[in-house]
Design a protein around this ligand. Structure first.
Ligand code: PMP
Length: 310
């Protein structure tokens, strides 16, 4: 996959040319990999505005991650919302949706003293179509325990095992992998949560099993209940994956993506999860709004710096 190199990045309080977004090699963000982040998705709406999904919940989770990591983050929600729309305005193209990464870097400080942070927003184009399905496998790499690396913190260090699993998955022909926790039960996918359908019920492991406190899972739970599908949060054993009726990766970027197989065992065509995938997309794209899929909507406004470059 070719990495996009957007010409603008939001950092130090404004949209700037991407070349100005640099970190010093001795910053704690580099030396100790200190950062917390969010990934948020925006969709073009039928009225021509651009809508970012669940923005207040992303801001709140970023605050929670920063609090646990003792990283100062004072930006209030209106300023965060403004910043997200500013970077989208600089980069959006009519034929593609966008994914925004909001990263809070520790730019100054030493072992927790005198820590200063900077919020950096980068945005990338996304195809407008539904994410494709893929075969998956269970990784030999595990989620760390809450005492070592809490899964509820969205920080780059939590993606060490994910990166190893991704490399392992590539060797085995699986674009996505399932990570177990230290007890051998299901935690989540590399970059999304896992929802399984069994006997007409939807099941996902709770955060205490090593899953991120997912915003999309909360949304999907609300949609499922509305659609009359029972939804449970309980541990899932590894072997239960092999007798599931349906399995999907659920997250901001994957939305609801039913998987084709687990460790070479094919799954039947998805029914409940396919219906949920369609409902989620319709709400996110503003075709059939739902209160659980809250959108921060704005017309696209190009900032002066982007207009000057055009
Ligand atoms: N788990 C991991 C490890 C993730 O990176 C993500 C994506 N943010 C998720 C789960 C899904 O979380 P959300 O629904 O809030 O995007």
């Amino acid at each position: 996959m070719k990495l996009q190199k957007p010409p603008f990045i939001w950092c130090r309080g404004a949209v700037r040319p991407e070349g100005e977004a640099v970190l010093h090699v001795s910053a704690e963000a580099v030396v100790r990999g200190l950062n917390v982040f969010e990934g948020l998705k925006g969709y073009w709406q039928p009225d021509g505005t651009f809508g970012l999904v669940a923005l207040p919940r992303h801001h709140a989770r970023l605050k929670r991650s920063a609090r646990i990591m003792r990283l100062p983050f004072e930006m209030d929600y209106p300023a965060f919302e403004e910043a997200c729309h500013a970077i989208v305005g600089a980069l959006a193209e009519p034929e593609r949706d966008m994914w925004v990464r909001a990263t809070l870097y520790a730019v100054e400080g030493h072992w927790g003293e005198n820590t200063r942070t900077d919020l950096v927003l980068t945005a990338y184009h996304q195809d407008k179509r539904q994410p494709p399905s893929w075969p998956t496998g269970v990784s030999a790499w595990q989620r760390a325990g809450d005492n070592a690396l809490p899964a509820r913190i969205k920080t780059s260090a939590n993606y060490f095992a994910a990166r190893m699993a991704r490399i392992e998955g590539k060797d085995r022909g699986y674009p996505e992998m399932i990570l177990l926790n230290a007890h051998g039960r299901v935690a989540e996918f590399i970059g999304s949560c896992l929802v399984m359908a069994r006997d007409g019920r939807l099941i996902t492991p709770p955060a205490s099993e090593g899953a991120l406190e997912s915003i999309t899972v909360d949304i999907v739970e609300a949609l499922a209940r509305d659609m009359g599908m029972p939804f449970e949060r309980r541990p899932i054993e590894r072997s239960e994956l092999l007798v599931a009726d349906e399995i999907a990766a659920v997250g901001t970027l994957d939305e609801v993506t039913p998987v084709l197989s687990v460790d070479g065992l094919e799954l039947p065509p998805p029914r409940l999860l396919a219906a949920l995938a369609a409902r989620y997309r319709d709400a996110a794209m503003g075709i059939d709004p739902h209160p659980a899929v809250d959108l921060s909507r704005r017309p696209i406004r190009r900032p002066a710096i982007a207009l000057a470059a055009e």
